[in-house]
Ligand binder design. Structure first.
Ligand code: 13P
Length: 287
């Protein structure tokens, strides 16, 4: 069932757990995440960046693939198909194509322009009951080729955006995409506490889920984080498993030329990563 992320995040916030957003890049990736969600009875959010959408053949292709898999594999847990870090135009296109959730990332605009554009996306998405995520304070690291320094969001600005009626809010609290540098100071829990107090019931989103120590993840959930995004960790586990298969010379045994064989270890590796995250985030058995 393709659903908006609204209800699953309200439940997660109340139940003090977080739903994982796992970014998808191809058929194997998508299948691995969906099957793992089913096996672990967990709600799940499939994240699609604009670059990944283009790579997979366009947003309509992604919608058709995900809907087809849900149907044919009897995926009986709530699944949201979510645009990750969307531009204004990207959000409009994915709403049109049939995504059930969108992120409009207006963090690089002035707060006035971020508000104006977010309002418009909320209005258009609302007509189709599509959930909306907004971002305040850019999240560092690399987002689809764009490298941001990462900043801590201003709680007053978070309140302004939350009050527009978004369903979830990504606020920068020192988190970054990709691997964390060895001198990383960790998540800013004082900022998170202030943002939680300013935005009250708003489900908060933690981007850059790869490489955050488990105790910090748990503390963030206790302070209102209801959605955690993971991308790089799936990429690393997929790549490592594929490399191991090739280095073992399995592809040279002839059968390795079959993509079904070549991509199988990566598929299993993503399943393992996603299962571990669902257990850590507490979303297993919550569907
Ligand atoms: P990582 O790549 O660090 O896991 O972050 C993913 C993310 O936040 C996608 O928006």
């Amino acid at each position: 069932m393709l659903v908006s992320a609204k209800e699953m995040l309200i439940k997660a916030k109340e139940g003090k757990y977080a739903v994982g957003q796992f970014n998808i890049n191809n058929l194997e990736w998508t299948k691995a995440v969906l099957i793992t969600a089913k096996e672990n009875h967990s709600p799940v959010i499939l994240g699609v960046s604009e670059g990944a959408g283009k790579y997979m053949g366009g947003y309509k292709t992604v919608v058709a693939m995900v809907k087809g898999l849900i149907d044919e594999l009897n995926i009986d847990v709530p699944v949201a198909l979510h645009l990750d870090h969307g531009s204004y135009e990207g959000a409009l296109k994915t709403i049109e194509a049939g995504f059930s959730s969108v992120m409009f990332d207006g963090s690089h605009y002035s707060i006035e322009e971020n508000i104006a554009k977010t309002k418009e996306i909320i209005r258009i998405a609302g007509e189709k009951e599509i959930s909306v995520e907004a971002e305040v304070g850019s999240i560092g690291g690399e987002e689809d080729g764009v490298v941001g320094a990462g900043e801590v969001a201003d709680p007053a600005e978070c309140k302004l955006i939350a009050d527009l009626g978004v369903d979830m809010l990504a606020a920068g609290i020192g988190n970054i995409h990709g691997k964390y540098p060895s001198n990383w100071k960790g998540l800013d829990f004082d900022a998170l506490t202030a943002i939680k107090e300013a935005t009250v019931n708003m489900p908060l989103v933690l981007h850059g889920g790869t490489g955050i120590p488990e105790d910090m993840i748990k503390r963030a959930i206790s302070l209102g984080v209801a959605k955690i995004n993971v991308n790089t960790e799936c990429q690393l586990s997929f790549a490592a498993a594929t490399r191991k298969y090739i280095e073992a010379g399995k592809d040279l045994e002839g059968k390795g030329f079959d993509p079904r064989k070549l991509l199988a270890p990566g598929f299993e590796a993503i399943k393992t990563t996603v299962k571990e995250k669902m257990e850590l985030f507490g979303s297993a058995n919550k569907a």
